[in-house]
Design a protein around this ligand. Structure first.
Ligand SMILES: O=C(CO)COP(=O)(O)O
Length: 123
């Protein structure tokens, strides 16, 4: 499985906790991340990740391109609903291409738990 992991700054601690809780299952996957999210995950869980650019510098678009190419099986994108993002158009593009390609997308921890259960059988 090829899983994309992305988190806004206020949700990065939650992402690290989520990845830690599912480290065995996610460790069997190819993980692609935005830049800062990937650094946190790699440093704090030891899992190997394929880091793209930071979100505000095009990382969401790079991952969106991989989704458009059919190269991603699921996306966990812990979005901050309370903070405006300068790169909101990039975020919208990433969410949209998930729908275009019918790729499972979780935007909060509760749905991320369902995603790893459904895709990876890890509950
Ligand atoms: O901004 C992001 C997603 O929109 C995440 O980017 P970083 O992982 O580089 O912080």
């Amino acid at each position: 499985m090829r899983i994309a992991l992305i988190a806004h700054d206020e949700l990065k601690d939650d992402m690290v906790a989520f990845v830690t809780a599912h480290a065995d299952a996610l460790g069997e996957c190819k993980l692609v991340t935005t830049g800062t999210t990937g650094k946190r995950i790699a440093d704090e869980t030891g899992l190997a990740v394929n880091r793209q650019a930071s979100g505000p510098y095009g990382g969401d678009l790079q991952i969106g391109g991989q989704i458009a190419d059919g190269a991603i099986d699921g996306v966990v994108f812990l979005r901050d609903p309370l903070t405006a993002q300068a790169h909101e158009p990039d975020i919208s593009a990433l969410l949209r291409v998930c729908d275009v390609k019918d790729v499972p997308l979780a935007t909060n921890v509760a749905s991320a738990e369902l995603l790893v259960d459904g895709l990876l059988g890890d509950d």
